[in-house]
Ligand binder design. Structure first.
Ligand code: SF4
Length: 691
């Protein structure tokens, strides 16, 4: 890596926090599909078949490649499976598929050494390569620690030598949930521990003059995952390294949750300009993963082209001859730990220690029909003439200039454009939304809550200095920039520099029809099937909004979120907004499932089992339930789950409370009932009706 690049990044984790700039890594050869450097961000996934089932694995790999995978990873738990990779590769080549194969290794150096002679890349987990978790030593002296590293070097060096000889690449893939005892003893299960776990192996590779490396730092918690990758980049750069990054959130789950969680973690880093390959881990068929990864990555194809795009976000500033946003990194938040930005509480409505608020736009809905509030999480009972709230009931609805002809529930605040709000006879629960100019000139403001729309560049304007500040003021931060997250993030940095503690609702607008001619968004071709069309738009909204808003929330920015997507039903927007808050752990409104994507080790049908468990526990707000396919990696990888349902043999399940196995090898027929009994015994159960 050239020294200028090192200098540029020293003490930082990305090229720019306010403009899109991809961190250019070393190019690594992986078969015919190189990664890193100026290559496109690659897409990959992993098979779920038994590796000894050659035809099943070949056919699944083909489906994955046809769906867009550029590398296919296959588990090799023992020498037998590692050997069978040769047959799988042969069959794929015979069918005209040259896709590079990656062997996934845990615990078994001998399988890795076989696989490295066959496939294009091996993945090793530094937490369990030549290491078994014993938890029998909590403190290591420096000498003992060094002794451990030397022991590992002896086990690891032969694999590196084989990779060098055969031109095989290697991924050093750290998992938050499976760090070695050695690392845990010194760093705990922290992002720093994850980074050090990989760095130990990377340094060994460099000692052996082996540089064909790719690195990952996965966790099921997007916040931890983001912090670990950022810290990895800073650490690598400080040591003169720039290996490509494989991005992924592990055990993300399925459906909406899986997509949103993945986008929060992966999208945040892509926005930072980090990442050379993406794997989205869903508890779904593996061919369902590539389209999600492609959707996440394709947004950057236009941004990567550079200068003219960077300018788009600063048009307003340039027109007004203002300087674009700048920031002082030392005064900004630490990107390696979560700290919510300090704001005042605006008269008990928003900000301070309150969880982020959710705003949706109902101005185009039928405001003569009270049942429309169902989409905002309020169920109207005509019989009782009252509304029932749920965990996902929004806090504010924006009605613009439209007046409803029914009474709103008292917990639901209504937002009106300033001029309309002024004319309301009864302003109870109603609050104004101003433009910046309107607010400055207004003679009539709310004594409790005033929302003011603002663009990031406005903070440098003369107008900004004329804003009357008091505790009723809340900003609604909008952006028209292509690289909108960074544009909005720059605004938060500026507020911090100015010492302003005004709460901010982050607003993003998504009009996918309008994006059709914009390279940023995928093309929407008149599908015959409206359901498919809507489901594509829903997925797009989940991925885009989770990236744009999640990237700010993981850094503690934002006291509320407002997603505007006129083409989609309000119910989808509500659910997406709460999903993003859940994934960033800033507002918990439902049960969290940490379910593995399954692989050749899986001992039950993960998709069916996850749905079964979800059907009986989805009302347990705040509980984290791990559903893992095997006992070898499952307990480690379910990380911070409160309870675990882990396959431990054919038709056998082991149940966990935290990290402790409390019922071992019970029949899968009774396992869910037993899990519920454990939750009940712990006092964490509520009946569905009660919830
Ligand atoms: S936890 Fe799931 S994905 Fe991980 S090794 Fe086990 S079965 Fe495979």
């Amino acid at each position: 890596m050239n020294t200028d690049a090192v200098k540029l990044l020293q003490g930082r984790y990305c090229n720019s926090l306010t403009e899109y700039s991809r961190f250019v890594t070393r190019e690594v050869a992986i078969g015919d599909v190189p990664m890193g450097g100026n290559n496109p961000i690659r897409i990959q996934s992993m098979t779920t078949t038994d590796t000894l089932d050659t035809i099943g694995t070949v056919e699944q790999s083909i489906r994955m490649v046809d769906a867009g995978c550029e590398y296919v990873r296959i588990t090799a738990p023992s020498i037998k499976e590692a050997q069978n990779l040769a047959e799988i590769k042969k069959q794929l080549r015979l069918r005209g598929y040259n896709v590079p194969l990656v062997a996934d290794i845990h615990f078994t150096p001998n399988a890795a050494e076989v696989a490295a002679r066959i496939v294009e890349k091996v993945r090793v987990n530094p937490g369990n390569y030549a290491d078994k978790k014993k938890f029998d030593q909590i403190d290591y002296t420096d000498l003992q620690y060094q002794g451990e590293l030397e022991r590992i070097y002896q086990k690891f060096a032969p694999l590196v030598k084989i990779c060098k000889e055969y031109g095989t690449a290697m991924r050093i893939g750290t998992n938050h949930g499976s760090l070695s005892d050695r690392i845990m003893s010194r760093y705990g299960d922290t992002p720093q521990g994850m980074v050090e776990s990989a760095m130990e192996f990377m340094r060994m590779c460099e000692t052996l003059n082996f540089y064909n490396l790719v690195i990952s730092m996965k966790s099921s918690n997007p916040q931890v995952m983001v912090q670990a990758y950022r810290l990895l980049v800073e650490t690598m750069v400080a040591e003169g390294m720039n290996y490509p990054l494989h991005l992924g959130v592990t055990e993300a789950g399925d459906g909406e949750d899986g997509r949103i969680k993945s986008a929060v973690g992966i999208g945040t880093l892509l926005d930072d300009g980090l990442g050379d390959t993406v794997r989205v881990s869903l508890t779904e068929e593996p061919e369902a993963e590539a389209p999600v990864a492609i959707e996440l990555v394709k947004r950057y194809s236009l941004r990567a082209k550079g200068e003219s795009l960077k300018a788009k976000g600063n048009e307003a500033a340039e027109e007004k001859n203002l300087s674009p946003l700048t920031f002082n990194l030392s005064s900004a938040h630490s990107p390696y730990e979560y700290k919510k930005r300090h704001t005042y509480e605006a008269n008990a409505f928003i900000g301070g220690h309150m969880v982020p608020r959710v705003v949706i736009d109902l101005s185009k809905s039928n405001l003569k029909d009270a049942s429309i509030l169902k989409d905002a999480g309020y169920l109207y009972s005509p019989l009782l003439d009252k509304y029932n709230m749920a965990e996902q009931s929004v806090d504010f609805v924006y009605l613009a200039d439209a007046l409803p002809s029914f009474v709103f529930p008292s917990n639901l605040k209504q937002l009106y454009n300033y001029k309309t709000w002024q004319k309301l006879a009864d302003k109870t629960n109603c609050h104004p939304v101003f433009s910046l100019q309107e607010y400055i000139e207004a003679t009539d403001r709310s004594s409790k809550l005033n929302l003011v729309r603002i663009q990031p560049a406005d903070i440098d304007s003369d107008q900004f200095g004329s804003i009357p500040f008091d505790n009723s003021l809340v900003f609604v931060l909008e952006t028209t920039a292509l690289h909108g997250m960074a544009d909005q993030r720059g605004f938060f940095f500026k507020l911090e520099e100015l010492g302003l503690e005004i709460p901010v609702i982050v607003k993003r607008d998504y009009e996918f029809g309008a994006m059709d001619n914009d390279l940023e968004g995928p093309k929407v071709h008149e599908p015959n099937d409206l359901t498919t069309h809507n489901s594509q738009l829903t997925t797009k909204l989940q991925l885009y909004a989770a990236t744009d808003l999640g990237a700010l929330l993981v850094d503690g920015f934002g006291d509320g979120i407002w997603i505007n997507a006129p083409e989609l039903p309000a119910s989808v927007i509500t659910s997406t907004a709460f999903g993003i808050l859940q994934a960033t752990r800033s507002r918990i409104s439902k049960t969290e499932y940490i379910s593995c994507p399954s692989c050749g080790r899986t001992l039950f049908d993960l998709m069916v089992t996850t749905q079964m468990i979800r059907s009986r526990t989805s009302h347990l707000k705040g509980l984290k339930i791990g559903i893992m396919g095997c006992i070898v990696n499952g307990p480690g990888e379910m990380a911070d789950a409160d309870y675990g349902y882990v396959g431990s043999g054919t038709d056998k399940v082991t149940l966990y409370r935290g990290k402790e196995a409390v019922k071992k090898n019970i029949s899968s027929a009774n396992a869910l009932d037993e899990l519920i009994n454990i939750i009940k015994d712990d006092g964490n159960w509520v009946e569905q009706e009660q919830a």
